[in-house]
Design a binder for this molecule. Sequence first.
Ligand SMILES: Cc1cc2nc3c(=O)[nH]c(=O)nc-3n(C[C@H](O)[C@H](O)[C@H](O)COP(=O)(O)OP(=O)(O)OC[C@H]3O[C@@H](n4cnc5c(N)ncnc54)[C@H](O)[C@@H]3O)c2cc1C
Length: 432
Amino acid sequence: MSDRTVNDLGCVPAELPYFHTVGIGAGPANLSLAALFESATTERIALFDAAPGPSWHADLLYSGVRMQTGWLKDLVSLVDPRHKLTFHNYLVTTGRLYALLNAQFDAIPRIEYQRYLAWAAEQIGNISYSSRIDRVSFGEGGFTVHSDGKPLARSEHLVLGVGTRPMLPAYLGGLPADQVFIADGLAARLDAMRADTEAPVAVIGAGQTGIECVFRLLGAGFTDISWFGRHQWFQSIDDSPIANDIYRPQHVDYMQELTRTTRRQLIADHKLTGDALTPGALRALYQANYDGMLELGRYPVTLLPHRDVTSGERDGNDIVLRCTSPERREEYRFRHVVVAAGREATPLPLDDELRERIDLDDENEMIVESDFSVRWKGMNGHKIYALGASRYSHGLTNAGLTLLPVRAARVVNSMFGTHIYQVRDELSPVRW
Ligand SMILES: Cc1cc2nc3c(=O)[nH]c(=O)nc-3n(C[C@H](O)[C@H](O)[C@H](O)COP(=O)(O)OP(=O)(O)OC[C@H]3O[C@@H](n4cnc5c(N)ncnc54)[C@H](O)[C@@H]3O)c2cc1C
């Protein structure tokens, strides 16, 4: 496998494979990068992923859940529609084009997108699964990635695509794990919970994952579900044309011209363009809840907006949740509590020496340049790129799937110092 021998680090075996680029994580971000990289150069890229095989938020994947992004926004099409890894090619070569078209989905099933990712991953040269990178070091000649104390590979450049992970807020820590758990744990617990479908269940979090948990509980026959959200109402994504203009390369470029402080303010203001419920999801819930009410004589789902859950405590078989809302304090009693209260950046496995060299802004965020390279000391031609790790560098587009190939194209262009890929975005009626 090795192209070059490595003699400069005593602890590194000479046969350690050497790549032009190593990507940590094989989620959509790095898959898109590897797809564009491999068709642009004969240099080699390798991806390492902790998961045992291709997967995409597998614990939140089940029948009926839909994408929040249109299928044209696949790994490659926006930049290279003739690439072999388009979603269209996936549909044709797996024989499902007509079936999917005639199903007339407004948004495709997430399971289908996951299958597309797995199909694409199979065609990308070097992806190692079951390889959690727990340390990246930097020495003469480049980066070394390590797993379980062993070096796995070396590279000239490094791309961080480690995504996010769900979190259990501290105010719910220390409670029994079989009663209070994150949304990703619901599927595994559903069978045991079904022993008593009349027991009250809470879902905390008014985002898309929250509503999907409510639907899942409703579909499993639960009849007493309380859904908590912080805002005054449960908000859906602004899917208007101008809100979508925020997700154009033109807007990303405009943001790059602004100071970090202004950018931060604007990005906070963009929340509802992407970080909210799929349009139509609330209507579907209202209708399912109405159906439930016709059957039970009361609504199976109670919506509790404008509640800030502040603590939880075990009391007998129940969990007592305390929450505040303006001018009120309340307590509710549940058998189970499903927490969909957001995700946090997955920690970067950089060793201390490398971490200390990275430049941070006033908010302790890595400084990520317009080409997605990280500013760090002593790089000497070796670049670290961060995909999705910096909400405030490029805006919400950097956290989602909408501009994956555009990001990847900019990284490939930056790595090779030439415009291998053209990013075209013309004809906008908006002047930012
Ligand atoms: C349930 C859900 C649905 C979503 N749906 C949409 C949508 O429809 N449209 C949209 O635009 N956005 C969506 N998002 C948001 C976002 O686009 C996705 O989270 C997307 O997967 C981000 O891609 P990524 O490659 O950056 O990260 P991830 O998909 O999270 O991939 C990161 C990968 O890195 C691996 N990893 C992490 N740490 C290490 C390590 N130390 N060593 C090795 N491997 C490691 C992980 O195993 C994982 O496979 C959704 C998010 C969630 C949670």
